[in-house]
Design a protein around this ligand. Structure first.
Ligand code: ADE
Length: 273
């Protein structure tokens, strides 16, 4: 058996020892979005530090807890914080929690992030449903010997972001009185933000948003045939879009500002998914 699979099974077994709940849906909360975890009823909270083999985030705004419980009667696993490749983690570590969620029986994943806005139609604080991604991070999460027990060597990415889940999200936002735009997320490695020339190049390539996460988790989720909804919060406009520098504090602040809207959307969506 592959080491990664054995380690993921150990982690899943540990989590199962803490709750009888079997999550159907998982939510990964990005930078500044962790407060959504408070919506989980009958919550069992497990710090990542307690879970065997689970990687720990070193970034401000990523608290590092797995919260299991229900939202609107649906069994969920909510990840408050994630690790990134720019922290020095390998692809196996970055996607380890996603594999564990799959082993726990999760069939659907809502993956969220803080992103830079490339498309000038978006304003700061906009929530965008991902329609697709461009992986320019320089690596691929499924690299290495294939774990046949989890999925095939080669797998389709032509509808990586479920059109059906996206439609539900767009419909729910409209019901709540606002427009959920769709966009293409381009992943870079980071941790430096991009240069204005890079952002111009990415716009030409068809990107609407830029960020340093998400695509790896989505690749591994699709490897395991998990259906994905991706949501970005535009915490800042990308370099050169506005005549001002980008800072991480701003990324955190915007998360707080849109907390109500983000929470209302997700809370209403979960029971429909
Ligand atoms: N996260 C938030 N803003 C970002 C940006 N401009 N580039 C990459 N990741 C980001």
């Amino acid at each position: 058996m592959s080491d990664i699979l054995a380690q993921a099974q150990t982690a899943a077994t540990y989590i199962r020892s803490k709750t009888t709940l079997q999550p159907q849906l998982a939510i990964i909360l990005g930078s500044g979005l962790g407060s959504f975890a408070a919506q989980v009823a009958d919550a069992v909270t497990i710090p990542y530090a307690e879970i065997p083999n689970f990687p720990q985030s070193t970034v401000a705004g990523h608290s590092g807890k797995l919260v299991l419980g229900t939202i609107g009667g649906v069994s969920v696993a909510v990840m408050q914080g994630r690790v990134h490749a720019y922290e020095g983690y390998t692809m196996a570590q970055v996607t380890f929690p996603t594999r564990v969620l799959g082993l726990l029986g999760v069939k659907k994943l809502i993956v969220t992030n803080a992103a830079g806005g490339i498309n000038t139609r978006y304003g700061q604080g906009a929530i965008v449903a991902l329609s697709d991604h461009i992986n320019l991070s320089g690596t691929n999460a499924a690299l290495g010997p294939n774990i046949d027990a989890l999925g095939p060597r080669f797998f389709d990415m032509s509808a990586a972001y479920s059109p059906a889940l996206r439609k539900l999200a767009i419909h729910e936002a409209a019901k709540q009185g606002w427009t959920l735009n769709e966009g293409v997320y381009l992943a870079v490695l980071g941790p430096s933000y991009e240069t204005p020339a890079e952002i111009r190049a990415f716009r030409t390539l068809g990107a609407d948003l830029v960020g340093m996460s998400t695509v790896h988790e989505v690749i591994i989720a699709r490897h395991m045939s998990i259906e994905v909804l991706g949501l970005s919060v535009v915490t800042n406009m990308a370099a050169g879009v506005l005549d001002q520098p980008i800072n991480h504090e701003e990324v955190m602040e915007i998360g707080k500002r849109i907390e109500g809207q983000f929470t209302a959307l997700l809370t209403a969506l979960v029971p429909q998914i």
